[in-house]
Each structure stands twice: as structure tokens, then as C-alpha cells.
Design a protein around this ligand. Structure first.
Ligand code: SF4
Length: 332
């Protein structure tokens, strides 16, 4: 599939939940728990799952904004986990993040020019061209005009604010960008425009993305492959088209069946997944999905399934029973 840009191995990001009288953690919130995945240079990998399953924490851990408890993250061949603050600095400009809420991630007291100038200067390799010229070029990349540079964030619509956030992420000439629910707060028509922009920029600049969203329809529009996360673990990685046509994991099938069909003529048969998202402090034994799974048997409740590679489709799956289950069918 090409050159590897990011590889995580057995990554665990746990947060202390309660402390004992001696100040030791009494329990851990296991937001990311044994995650191994690969992101290839030039691809957009989607990360799907319900709220609270650890998606954002995984994105932040890859960028070293949160330190993992164990496991490794390799970026372009370099292991990042044990690098200190100073050693990480050369990697910071190469890895960027675009958040869900552009309003709260832009300083209201800075014009767009100042916001971009600050980011341009953060790149040690910036080429000495005038900051203004570079800011004009960045504005053009995200379809904003030079006169926008002298406006403040509150003078822009939500979609335009997100364009500024994308331009700011591009200002350091990154290799890799994490989009964390970056289009979730936008109207559907604005969302479509921003998704198109994101796709165009990837092709034009040869970028690599991790695109986090709870919305499979959004992921299907931008991602070549999608990783599905449940209760802190990856349960399936699959090419986008196949994820919809033949999901291998019962949880993935549940997510797919919960997506409304875009065709207004079609009979809407979407159903939500039964039960509650489990606690990340005390997840179920065995397969973490077993209390909600229609196909669970005794083994599922006691033995943790491994993430197994399915060679033929460059896919991975974590389910004891995937060979017996055949979801290669239309929606229920
Ligand atoms: Fe369902 Fe068992 Fe597969 Fe878990 S391992 S998803 S409980 S069939």
C-alpha cells in the first residue's frame, strides 16, 4: 500500500481516575487500550466510533499532545514516545490538528493575518518570503481572499472560521494532520464544501490524514480506509467501500445500520445499536462488545479477541466469530 508514515504499537493511554489515601491511582480510565495501527503516507484513515470510545485521545496521543502509558508511536521512522519536550520540537510543525469548534480554537483578539503569521513563524524551515505573501497564499489555498486577512474571527461564518483553522494547520507545511470531528459542528452544505476542500488539499499537497468522526457517511466521503474503535480498542480496519458493503465486525454492522440512507425515496430502516457504551474504567471482560452483541457466545464473555489481519483485503478484525458471521448483505 506504500510507505508507512505513522505506526502505533500496543498503545495505551490511561488516565488516573481516583486516588487512594497514599496518592496512588485507585482506578484508570483506559481511553486507549492496546491500539496498533498503521497510517500510510498519502492516505486518509478514518477513525469511527461512538462518543467517548477514545477516538480523540488516540489522535492526541499520536501527536504526543498526551503521553501514553505504554506502547509506541513511530512517525516517519522515529519513535516519539521517549523524546523530551526539546527533542519533540522539530516534529511539531510536521504534525497538526484541526479541532471541532473553530470559534474556540481561534484567538478572538487576533486578525486572521496574525493567526497565520504566528503559525508560519513556528516553522523553523519557513523560507524567508514575506509573511504577508505566505498568508495570502494560505488564504487562497482555503478559498479565502486577501482582504479577509485583516478581519477578526467573529467577522467570519463557522465554515470560514474552519477554513482559517485549516490554513493555520497548513502554515507549518505539515506531513500529517488529525481532523478531530472538524466538520461536525457545521451545516450539511457547509460541511460538504469543507470536506471537498480537505480532499483537494490532500491531493495537491500530498498530505496524510487521520480523520476522526462519529459519522460514517462523512468518513466514506474522504477516507480510503476506516478504523472502527470501541471502548478504547480498534475492532476493525477496512477499506471504506467494503466497510459499508460487508462489515466484518458486529459493532461495525451496527454503526452502518444506524446511518440514515441519503436517498429520500428509500425506506429508512436504520436502527441504533442496543445498550449503552461501556465504562472505560471497568470495561466488560472478554470481548468488550459482548453485552451488546446479538452473536455473543460463552467464549465472547471470557476471552479477549485479538486483532487479526485478513490478508486479502488489507483489513483487520477483532472478533472470535467473524468467520461464521456473514454480513456481506444489504442492510437489515
Ligand atoms: Fe460479538 Fe463475540 Fe464477535 Fe465480540 S467476539 S463481536 S461478542 S461475536
Amino acid at each position: 500500500m506504500g510507505e508507512v508514515l505513522i505506526r502505533t504499537q500496543s498503545l495505551r493511554t490511561w488516565f488516573p481516575k481516583r486516588k487512594s489515601l497514599l496518592g496512588k491511582p485507585g482506578a484508570w480510565l483506559k481511553a486507549v487500550d492496546d491500539v496498533s495501527l498503521t497510517i500510510y503516507r498519502g492516505e486518509c484513515l478514518g477513525l469511527a466510533g461512538e462518543s467517548g470510545c477514545g477516538k480523540s485521545t488516540l489522535g492526541r496521543t499520536i501527536l504526543q499532545l498526551v503521553k501514553p502509558r505504554s506502547g509506541s508511536v513511530r512517525f516517519d521512522g522515529t519513535a516519539l514516545r521517549n523524546l523530551d519536550f526539546r527533542q519533540l520540537q522539530p516534529f511539531r510543525p510536521r504534525m497538526q490538528m484541526v479541532f471541532q469548534d473553530p470559534r474556540s480554537s481561534l484567538n478572538p483578539k487576533m486578525t486572521m493575518l496574525k493567526i497565520l503569521a504566528e503559525a508560519i513563524r513556528a516553522n523553523p524551515d519557513h523560507d524567508g518570503d514575506s509573511i504577508l505573501d505566505q498568508a495570502v497564499e494560505l488564504a487562497d489555498m482555503v478559498d479565502l481572499r486577501p482582504e479577509h486577512l485583516f478581519r477578526y474571527p467573529h467577522e467570519f461564518s463557522g465554515g470560514q472560521q474552519q477554513r482559517i483553522c485549516i490554513a493555520r494547520a497548513l502554515a507549518t507545511c505539515p506531513d500529517f494532520i488529525v481532523f478531530d470531528e472538524s466538520t461536525s459542528a457545521l451545516d450539511v452544505s457547509v460541511q460538504a464544501q469543507i470536506l471537498n476542500l480537505i480532499k483537494r488539499l490532500k491531493q495537491r499537497l500530498g498530505l496524510t490524514y487521520l480523520f476522526i468522526s462519529h459519522d460514517l457517511n462523512v468518513l466514506a466521503q474522504v477516507c480510503e480506509r476506516i478504523a472502527v474503535m470501541y471502548a478504547g480498542q480498534i475492532v476493525e480496519i477496512q477499506e471504506s467501500g467494503r466497510l459499508f458493503s460487508s462489515p466484518g465486525h458486529p459493532y461495525t454492522r451496527g454503526l452502518r445500520d444506524a446511518v440514515p440512507i441519503a436517498d429520500p425515496e428509500a425506506k429508512q430502516t436504520f436502527v441504533s445499536i442496543k445498550g449503552e457504551v461501556p465504562s472505560l474504567v471497568d470495561p466488560p471482560a472478554g470481548c468488550r462488545f459482548h453485552p451488546r452483541c446479538d452473536f455473543a457466545d460463552r467464549l465472547c464473555a471470557t476471552r479477549v479477541p485479538e486483532l487479526q489481519r485478513l490478508e486479502r483485503h488489507r483489513s483487520w478484525i477483532r472478533c472470535h466469530r467473524y468467520r461464521q458471521l456473514n454480513f456481506n448483505q444489504e442492510r437489515r
